[in-house]
Design a protein around this ligand. Structure first.
Ligand SMILES: *Cc1c(COP(=O)(O)O)cnc(C)c1O
Length: 472
């Protein structure tokens, strides 16, 4: 066991290792190339009974762990949505780990509670979230959405479901493009996944508002109880933006909770030119955005905002004797604002990213990503046999091989192209499908992304495509 007096001596070894990692990161294959079970066996072979030193730990990292990592901080990680990090965020996370505080209530660390309150208040202004709403940090958007659905359920049942169980026939709506975390939350909430109605989308992937209203009316006629709609700003497959304002109008008309899932694209609400995406948000009830995706804060950090915070607290508060405090009611006890009792001090890294980098820097970074994405998409669109099918929207586009008359052949070629790119290690991208077309998704959201990496992606894609053309 290392004594705390030796912290600096040992920490320098680790910090030096991290600096080297940052320097060599771009030479590593972006997607790990290992096979299932390989890492387990290698760890087993390296682990001995004697206490392992920091040197042993670093050896394990170099020999076993790093080859088994997919490098999410590689600038050519273009898959899924990114999980950002930054030097500011990592440094603050060191401190959070060192303080080791469990920030469940105000009294267990007033600074954690009040810094969280402060940063969430500031960000509310930057993101143009209605002024009277209040926010809290959750681990992930999945947890925030679960909190929203549980609160909506309680509000709709006068807070009786928590005691008597969930009544039959409660109905919730989202589009067919809504994230899978909603299916999970619906299941956990006891509402039942059969009561989650998936509304069709238009040619741009947005929820069809008329179809939503029709589904609500049909359910009402059958004596069912519509209680929640989940709208998305930036769907996972294609970054579609549901019409929040119109959906909000319907929700107000039928007294239904509207939850807005902006987990990824919500960060773009910092930019004046994208504020239109949240137009009508004042008609909604709750909102989630993940700074850990595109705001340079390392995983995990998800912001949940809610219009009526009292509804949230009433849903989650349970007050055992050992948690009764004299400050109750005058401060924020965040344990009542979500599922877990124990809470990490996440506000620290969020604060240091915003105020260490400065909001202007964060905004210019987002704009840089957006313009690089447009640039790469238009260059690829010029390549014979490649086609941009979706976007560019924000820092995302999707493309495919468009070479053959037959859709199946093009799909096979696109999939082969993606497999070859990912196996090359130069970049990592993932896929989606639209109307039966297999598409390669490209997201350009890495903290340290530069022109050279965009060029690298362009070269890799065009080279692999040329090689592939030779063999077909
Ligand atoms: C990423 C994402 C989620 C899930 O986020 P977690 O924080 O991993 O739970 C949900 N919805 C959307 C739209 C997303 O982009």
């Amino acid at each position: 066991m290392v004594q705390r007096q030796q912290f600096l001596v040992e920490a320098i070894k680790v910090v030096t290792w991290i600096q080297q990692y940052y320097q060599t990161l771009e030479d590593l294959p972006v997607k790990s190339q290992v096979k299932p079970g390989e890492i387990y066996r290698a760890v087993d072979a390296m682990t001995s009974e004697r206490p392992q030193s920091v040197e042993d730990f670093l050896q394990l990292l170099d020999d076993v762990i790093i080859p088994g990592m997919t490098h999410w901080q590689h600038p050519n990680f273009h898959a899924y949505f990114p999980a950002n990090s930054s030097v500011e965020s990592v440094l603050a996370e060191f401190v959070t780990a060192a303080l080791g505080a469990q920030c469940m209530i105000w009294e267990t660390s007033p600074a954690a509670a009040e810094l969280e309150e402060f940063v969430l208040h500031q960000l509310k202004g930057f993101l143009s979230i209605p002024d009277q709403w209040e926010g809290v940090i959750q681990d992930t958007a999945s947890t925030a959405t679960l909190a929203a659905i549980l609160t909506a359920r309680e509000k709709a049942t006068d807070h009786t479901s928590n005691f008597k169980g969930v009544p039959q026939g409660m109905r919730i709506y989202g589009s067919i493009n809504t994230h899978s975390s909603i299916d999970k939350a619906v299941a956990i909430s006891g509402v039942g996944r059969d009561n989650y109605i998936k509304i069709p989308v238009d040619e741009n992937g947005k929820m069809v508002v008329d179809a939503l209203e029709k589904a609500i009316l049909t359910d009402l006629q059958e004596g069912l109880k519509p209680f929640c709609v989940v709208a998305t700003i930036g769907t996972t497959g294609t970054l579609a933006v549901d019409p929040i304002s119109q959906i909000g109008e319907i929700c107000r008309k039928y007294d239904i909770w509207l939850h807005v899932d902006a987990a990824y694209a919500g960060t773009a609400l910092l930019l004046e030119e994208y504020k239109w995406m949240a137009e009508g948000l004042e008609r909604a009830d709750s909102f989630v955005v993940n700074p850990h995706k595109w705001m340079m804060v390392n995983f995990d950090c998800s912001l949940y905002y809610v219009r009526e915070v009292n509804q949230l607290i009433k849903t989650f508060e349970i007050l055992p004797e050992y948690l009764k405090t004299s400050t109750r009611g005058t401060v924020n006890d965040y344990r009542d604002w979500g599922v877990p009792l124990g809470r990490r001090f996440r506000a620290l890294k969020l604060w240091f990213v915003i105020y260490g980098m400065g909001m202007d820097k964060i905004k210019s970074q987002l704009r840089k990503h957006i313009s690089m994405t447009r640039d790469l998409a238009s260059r690829l669109n010029e390549v014979d046999g490649l086609k941009i099918n979706i976007g560019p929207i924000l820092n995302f586009f999707a493309f495919s091989v468009d070479w053959h008359d037959k859709l199946e052949t093009n799909n096979t070629l696109t999939k082969t192209l993606l497999d070859r790119l990912n196996a090359s290690g130069v970049l990592f991208a993932s896929h989606t499908t639209l109307d039966g077309i297999y598409l390669i998704r490209m997201v350009m959201g890495q903290t340290y992304l530069e022109e050279a990496h965009v060029q690298r992606a362009f070269d890799a894609i065009t080279q692999e495509w040329m090689d592939l053309k030779q063999i077909i």
